[in-house]
Design a protein around this ligand. Structure first.
Ligand SMILES: [Zn+2]
Ligand SMILES: [Zn+2]
Length: 423
């Protein structure tokens, strides 16, 4: 007969196991931090993950999912549902500027450029945390009702140009089947919140992120004789200003916010030549799928119409990257008591929307999912002064890691035990 601990006893066991594994989680994290790998190139990272899961004796360990992804399955001794936990593994093309003994000195080639590599988004912590959770929950196997699927995902920060990857590809390769989880949980470390704090939000939480490319086609001429051609530089200036009116004049911003940003503009080689064409690239962020399509339509219409007014051609390409990250409201509300127990009631904050994006959103399209934020800013530094995620100075107070382990372990157990109910 397996022992069936009370909820309090199980909580105590999880917390004791989390404390015991904390030093190991930090050691893993430092190793990953020192050896970051870019999207679809997480060979070393995923090999360490797979070896760990095999050593734990999980019931299944699948490797090479969406290139470098790893999926592990732990079957509890008792019948019950399936819950998935996800960590992303990739670093960023950023040269680290944090003074740490385990700072990254890695360099690599990315989209044909030599770049430094750094875990500037903290995915090293996510991998280490989920490895710790896998070990912790394996220790509870005899009392576990149901199964836990551990998803180690490549290329959250987008794969290299011309390659597929990330959550969408993992799903296409069967990650959410056999067995299909009924819910998924994930976390992200953040420099927007202090150490010890867990941030959450119900409903739309992170923005959709889509790439925009506009090519304005003019007709090349002498800079002294603009009437002899069509000036795509002036047209581009009008297009950029016109785009500003989409969010400010055309969409209902009381419903959800939106952002349209042009980040690059390229055209011309010489002061006295009006070039043939100008290329602009930008990003579009929204928090509602209907608004997303609407903004795309308006950007296209407006850029084409302004160009037509100047007798220039215009091509608008919008590539849909990540959908809106939507925390299922019922699952989120049902999870809050668990988070409060883990972090303390006053340390669990309902936070504002985040205009960053996450491909965790693809998993949430398959099953209800909850994505939470774990603060990593050390005491004494106001979060608004801390270097943000993606900065070369992004810094993690490692005391946050054990909180991440406890949060995911408790969410998984509470879901399997039925105390997180959402239907
Ligand atoms: Zn990131
Ligand atoms: Zn990230």
């Amino acid at each position: 007969m397996p022992d069936s601990p009370t909820a309090e006893a199980l909580t105590a066991r999880i917390d004791a196991a989390a404390r015991a594994i904390e030093p190991q989680v930090i050691t893993w994290r430092r190793d990953f931090h020192q050896h970051p790998e870019l999207g679809n190139r997480e060979f070393r990272t995923s090999a360490i993950v797979a070896e760990h899961l095999r050593r734990l004796g999980l019931d299944e360990v699948r490797t090479g999912v969406a290139h470098t992804g790893v999926v592990g399955l732990l079957k509890g001794a008792l019948p019950g549902p399936v819950v998935a936990l996800r960590a992303d593994m990739d670093g960023l093309p950023v040269s680290e500027e944090v003074d740490l003994p385990f700072a990254s000195k890695a360099r690599t080639i990315w989209n044909n450029e030599e770049v430094g590599v750094m875990h500037a988004c903290g995915h090293d912590t996510h991998v280490a945390i989920l490895m710790g959770v896998a070990e912790l929950l394996t220790g509870l196997r005899s009392v576990l009702h149901g199964s836990v699927k551990f998803i180690f995902q490549p290329a959250e920060e987008l794969p290299p140009e011309g390659e597929d990857g990330g959550a969408k590809m993992m799903i296409a390769e069967g990650t959410m089947e056999n067995p299909a989880p009924q819910a998924i949980f994930g976390l992200h470390v953040t420099s927007r919140l202090p150490l010890g704090v867990i941030g959450y939000r119900s409903g739309p939480t992170m923005a959709s992120a889509d790439s925009l490319k506009i090519t304005v086609q003019g007709r090349q001429t002498h800079g002294a004789m603009p009437w002899a051609g069509v000036d795509p530089i002036v047209v581009s200036a009008q297009v950029i200003l016109g785009l500003q009116t989409i969010v400010s004049r055309q969409v209902d911003i009381t419903k959800e916010p939106a952002v349209v940003t042009i980040g690059t503009i390229k055209g011309g080689v010489r002061e006295n030549i009006i070039p043939d064409s100008v290329e602009m690239r930008g990003t579009i962020r929204t928090f509602d799928e209907t608004m997303r399509d609407d903004v795309h339509e308006r950007v296209t219409y407006l850029a084409e119409a302004i160009s037509r007014g100047a007798r220039a051609g215009c091509t608008v390409c919008i590539r849909k990257n990540y959908p809106v990250t939507v925390n299922d409201p019922r699952l989120m509300q049902a999870s809050v008591p668990t988070l409060r127990r883990v972090a303390g009631t006053e340390k669990v904050l309902d936070i504002p929307k985040v205009t960053g994006s996450e491909d965790f959103s693809f998993f949430q399209r398959v099953v209800p999912g909850v994505f939470i934020f774990v603060g990593v800013v050390p005491p004494g530094t106001p979060p608004e002064k801390a270097a943000p995620n993606h900065s070369p100075r992004f810094f993690v107070d490692e005391r946050a890691l054990v909180l991440g382990v406890r949060a995911l372990a408790h969410l998984a157990c509470d879901f399997l035990e039925g105390s997180i109910r959402y239907d």
